[in-house]
Design a protein around this ligand. Structure first.
Ligand SMILES: Cc1cc2nc3c(=O)[nH]c(=O)nc-3n(C[C@H](O)[C@H](O)[C@H](O)COP(=O)(O)O)c2cc1C
Ligand SMILES: CC(C)CC(=O)C(=O)O
Length: 367
């Protein structure tokens, strides 16, 4: 294969390496995958309006989040089951990400434990993604473990009262090889006194234990149980964004779970501006979904995102080359983003704002 020069190349290289079952699990979304496609395609509905003759000889991509400075506004989203892609799984992803001074989010549904990932990195830029289970003591114990291991924030996933219908898994439930375990959840849903469970039903066991009765009241209570910043991950509606603020949370991730939950919802870049407006700067707003190019990052920031998260690109990098593959993925995005900034005439993130983008006009003039 020719030199990997884009996230698209990396996806193709990962597809060639992974089994069909694992590739489908990673890349698929819900039902007809309209939202998966739209997450990426929607970026093409916006154009950049570059400014010229500005000094862009130095580009500062640094961003501050919750009082800490990171190298780029490009963070890594929580994705489950990373040892399906690489023997080191989440530890390799976390090393690649934190080594570059970015945030790595660890999924609750990981094949490396909260503690293993914390021990495996030298810079603990780690956020923990909490899937909310029926047993609230279980949820609290996960938060306590993350606090103790030095994680810096909790992301509560709010868009998954049930798992969306992903057709390959609906046809053939995902099986996880015998040697892999859900390291954070070994006793989830097990009968008292036993941590045994049927390996074939790992995925089902997670889904069966998700709390589909979780409400704003419960989220408010959860927020009061920790001093760590807590963010709601999976907001698409500005009314909900206002409720996140009202309930005292510290941040929002505009997300449709990479199109894996409800198909036919708004793409995240289309949802972002109204949410940024509803929040009115009270708490930071982040976005994930379909971000595959440096120009996508630029557009998200222009609409008011503090930083973006990438999910599948991490998995593709990991499958392609372990830690080095994730570093390659990040470096592609870094370079593309720096060039986008420079060619748009922005030398620091504070220069990027809505005046730099417009909706792609519908052609109305006669040619
Ligand atoms: C294979 C896979 C597993 C995921 N697992 C989780 C998870 O455990 N928890 C969660 O909150 N989101 C999960 N997500 C959603 C991501 O955090 C993120 O919202 C999404 O991947 C962003 O879209 P992108 O993949 O197009 O970048 C998962 C996504 C994928 C593709
Ligand atoms: C346990 C799974 C439902 C995790 C996952 O695939 C997801 O969150 O998208």
């Amino acid at each position: 294969m020719a030199k990997i020069s884009s996230i698209q190349d990396l996806q193709e290289a990962a597809k060639a390496k992974l089994s069909k079952g694992v590739y489908d699990y990673y890349s698929y979304g819900a039902m007809d995958m309209i939202t998966v496609a739209d997450n990426s395609n929607a970026y093409n509905r916006y154009q950049i309006r570059p400014r010229v003759l500005r000094d862009v000889s130095k580009i500062d991509t640094g961003v501050e989040v919750f009082g800490k400075k990171y190298a780029y506004p490009i963070f890594v989203a929580a994705t489950a089951l990373q040892k399906l892609a690489d023997v080191e799984g989440e530890v390799a992803s976390a090393r690649a990400t934190t080594k570059n001074n970015l945030v790595y989010s660890l999924s609750s549904i990981s094949t490396s434990s909260i503690e293993e990932v914390a021990d495996g990195v030298s810079t603990p830029n780690l956020w923990f993604q909490l899937s909310v289970f029926k047993d609230k003591h279980y949820n609290l114990s996960l938060i306590r473990r993350a606090e103790k291991a030095g994680y810096k924030a909790i992301l509560v996933t709010v868009d998954m009262p049930y798992s969306g219908r992903r057709l390959p898994e609906f046809r053939q439930p995902l099986t996880v090889p015998e040697h892999l375990t859900l390291k954070n959840l070994t006793s989830l849903g097990s009968k008292e006194g036993s941590s045994e469970y049927n390996k074939d039903s790992v995925y089902k066991r997670v889904v069966d234990n998700i709390n589909s009765a979780f409400t704003w009241e419960d989220l408010k209570w959860l927020k009061q149980q920790t001093k760590l910043p807590m963010l709601a991950k999976g907001i698409l509606n500005p009314r909900d964004a206002e409720l996140v603020v009202l309930n005292g949370l510290d941040g929002i991730i505009v997300s449709n779970h990479g199109g894996r939950q409800l198909d036919g919802v708004s793409s995240t870049i289309d949802a972002l501006p109204n949410i940024v407006d509803a929040v009115g700067g009270k708490i930071p707003v982040f976005v994930d979904g379909g971000i595959r190019r440096g120009t996508d990052v630029f557009k998200a920031l222009a609409f008011g995102a503090q930083a973006v998260f990438v999910g599948r690109p991490n998995l593709y990098g990991l499958a392609y080359g372990g830690q080095k593959g994730v570093e390659l993925m990040l470096n592609l995005l870094f370079k593309e983003f720096e060039l986008a900034m420079a060619l748009a005439g922005c030398s620091s993130l504070k220069d990027i704002n809505r005046s730099y983008i417009q909706q792609t006009p519908q052609l109305t003039c006669k040619l």
